[in-house]
Write a protein that binds this ligand. Structure first.
Ligand code: SF4
Ligand code: SF4
Length: 323
């Protein structure tokens, strides 16, 4: 993965399935006004313009390790949640927060954060039924991901999504056993709300130029899962450590992206300026490589042992600028 793939031409069979509408248009690229996000991918394929392309993804990527990990996911998918207990266990929000975070970490999440749900995160047409979102970060094995864009890296993504599914379902079940409603959200399919803005608010890190979160411990080598709940909880604060500034002068991910999908400047998306990946350029490559994974792996913050040093240098630079 160290050398950039420069000769990518999308498979005509895939492109024949592409809809007229741009995925960037669905995402709201260039729109000045706020509107709720709408599903562009990873949902019921019968309900979205790119549904035929999403189905093609599964028909194309059939390496044995991918099939095996999808079978493991199917087993986890049908595990039922616990019934909602009739009586609520009473505790102050601070106590619930400590207990829930310990529980999430013990169940296997590598990091956990909490945010009050903001209505603007909800997908168009989805009802705001819960007060809080508990965000779970699920580490991907860096050594496995360095094989990206080979199918073995795609299998690692599926494996960790399944771990996120299992962790979020077990945490939601435990909360329901305490008498509070809870609903798990996990990949690969999108849930009721956009997880990235919720995770940024919950202190999971900063948005990187590659469109994924950079976490101070995990870099970008992780996946998100979540639990929506009405349990009384104390929310976390965003964790700003300098990644956004770093991205402004770093080009590692964009230099490695085969279809040149990572835009060099922030873009206006539904009224907000942020780093943005060109959906129409990324997706053809993503679809033909079991989910790609190059950009999140080459990001220097993802390399074990490097992220901490970078963050320490960024903190030192900030202190020097202030003096
Ligand atoms: S996932 Fe998309 S944006 Fe990232 S390197 Fe692959 S093609 Fe580029
Ligand atoms: S590779 Fe560089 S530009 Fe891309 S997300 Fe990571 S730090 Fe930012």
């Amino acid at each position: 993965m160290t050398k950039k793939i420069t000769n990518f031409t999308p498979d005509p069979e895939q492109m024949a399935l592409w809809p007229e509408i741009s995925g960037n248009q669905i995402n709201g690229l260039g729109e000045d006004a706020f509107r709720h996000p709408t599903y562009v991918y990873w949902t019921d394929p019968e309900t979205i313009p790119h549904g035929s392309v999403q189905k093609w993804f599964y028909s194309k990527n059939t390496a044995p390790e991918l099939i095996a990990t999808r079978e493991e996911r199917a087993v986890e998918q049908v595990v039922p949640l616990s019934d909602l207990a009739e009586n609520q266990v009473k505790q102050p929000a601070g106590e619930w927060t400590r207990t829930v975070k310990d529980k999430a970490l013990n169940l296997g999440a590598e990091a956990v954060g909490i945010a009050h749900i903001k209505p603007k995160w909800m997908y168009e047409g989805k009802l705001l039924e819960f007060s809080h979102v508990i965000i779970l970060a699920i580490r991907m094995t860096y050594d496995e991901m360095t094989a990206a864009p080979e199918p073995s890296a795609g299998a690692e993504v599926v494996r960790q999504y399944t771990r996120g599914m299992k962790t979020s379902k077990q945490l939601a079940s435990w909360i329901r056993e305490q008498g509070f409603d809870a609903k798990p959200e996990h990949g690969p399919l999108a849930g009721d709300l956009t997880l990235i803005p919720a995770a940024l608010q919950a202190g999971m890190g900063e948005l990187g130029k590659h469109g994924s979160i950079i976490n101070r411990e995990l870099g970008s080598c992780f996946r998100l899962a979540a639990v929506l709940t009405s349990l009384p909880l104390v929310e976390d604060n965003p964790d700003i450590f300098g990644a956004d500034d770093f991205c402004a002068s770093c080009r590692v991910c964009s230099n490695h992206c085969p279809p040149d999908a990572i835009l060099p400047e922030k873009q206006r998306v539904r009224g907000q300026d942020k780093w943005y990946v060109d959906f129409d350029k990324c997706l053809p490559f993503f679809n033909e490589t079991a989910g790609c994974g190059i950009c999140v792996t080459v990001c220097p913050f993802s390399r074990p042992g490097v992220g901490h040093n970078l963050i320490a240098k960024l903190a030192k630079r900030t202190r020097v600028q202030k003096t």
